[in-house]
Design a protein around this ligand. Structure first.
Ligand SMILES: [Zn+2]
Length: 354
């Protein structure tokens, strides 16, 4: 402040000083942009200090009823691995006299509000979804089971990292979370397709899709605990690093001229540029949770022998699949690998397959 005042008061060749001034501003902007691209800056989504202080996850994870904190972690952590948990459950650090959590819930990155479910519906209850166009890939983050939404929060608004999105709670649709197990269900990941509704209607679930494209069936989560820990330990500096670090569990090839909107929304997951004309097919690598993290467009030559629209599994890392107690991505039938029950809907959604 005082520096700026002094500059205004001193006599200088005005044109020159202005040029220098702009030069500095541009340098700073350039550096700021470069820095923003260089290192991810994450904010923990609740006021709990346990993660920041490096305490074990058991200090902040909320168990799902079993008493085992690990049941609040990401992955096949429930019902002996048969129930997959796409996020982490963080317990409150504050409660009012009636026992209701007083923890606000914060945006982990700067972003745009994409979905606000103000009335509890579906498994997420009352929830907020942000999208983060400032990072690559432009992941979403999701904050569920809220008691209330921050006043005035609307889709389309931009929010800063650390902005309050609502109050932690235990809202849910279709089942009940007891107040003593109130928590934030936090997710971060990618949306499978913008064309979710037509798949949903074909499936005839018998209920209306109230969540639009932000329905849990259309979202593929990354492990938020691993992401935060890798970021703190500087094993990753960008979100692209997170995707680059994924291990292949299933690699498959599919002959199709279709380029899924997933690829156009997350172009950094392409291993080489798209051809000028239509593609002839795709080779896709899936991680242990069935997330398609690497995409290679195939040429006509590379799709010879593949039936159009029929996925052919070319590699399975069954060891990783077993170790992670993951979803069923591939099953062996008559000596051949076929698409498992958890990978099937992802492929249907990506390619509009039936
Ligand atoms: Zn949860």
């Amino acid at each position: 402040m005082s520096g700026a005042m002094r500059v205004r008061g001193t006599k200088r060749a005005p044109g020159r000083s202005r040029r220098w001034g702009w030069g500095i501003v541009l340098c700073w902007l350039g550096a700021a942009i470069a820095a923003a691209q260089e290192r991810l800056e994450l904010v923990w989504p609740t006021p709990s200090r346990a993660w920041a202080e490096g305490k074990p996850a058991t200090e902040w994870l909320q168990h799902a009823g079993s008493g085992d904190p690990q049941s609040g972690a990401f992955g096949g952590v429930r019902s002996g691995g048969s129930q997959f948990h796409e996020g982490i459950d963080i317990r409150p650090v504050g409660r009012d006299r009636k026992g209701a959590p007083t923890d606000p819930v914060f945006a982990v990155l700067p972003g745009v509000v994409r979905h606000v479910a103000g009335a509890p519906s579906g498994g997420y209850g009352r929830y907020v979804v942000l999208e983060h166009p400032g990072v690559t890939p432009a992941v979403y983050s999701l904050y569920a089971h809220l008691a209330s939404i921050a006043p005035g929060l609307r889709p389309g608004q931009t929010v800063a990292a650390g902005a309050t999105l609502g109050l932690m709670g235990h809202s849910a649709g279709g089942y009940r979370i007891p107040p003593d197990r109130a928590h934030l269900h936090f997710e971060i990941g990618v949306m499978v397709t913008r064309d979710f509704q037509s798949w949903y209607e074909r499936k005839k679930f018998g209920s209306r899709n109230e969540q639009g494209v932000w329905n849990g069936m259309n979202l593929l989560g990354l492990d938020p605990q691993a992401l935060f820990e890798d970021w703190r330990a500087r094993r990753i500096t960008t979100l692209q690093d997170v995707f680059a670090r994924q291990e292949t569990v299933v690699r498959l090839r599919l002959a199709t001229t279709r380029t899924p909107d997933f690829v156009t929304r997350y172009p950094s997951l392409l291993t080489k540029p798209l051809p000028l004309g239509p593609v002839s097919g795709w080779e896709i690598r899936f991680n242990w949770t069935g997330l398609p993290f690497a995409w290679t467009p195939l040429t006509g030559l590379e799709t010879i022998g593949l039936a159009a629209g029929v996925p052919r599994i070319v590699e399975v890392n069954a060891e990783v699949e077993r170790r992670q107690r993951s979803k069923s991505l591939a099953v062996q039938r008559g000596g051949e690998w076929t698409v498992g029950r958890d990978l099937e809907p992802v492929l249907q959604l990506l390619f509009g397959l039936r």
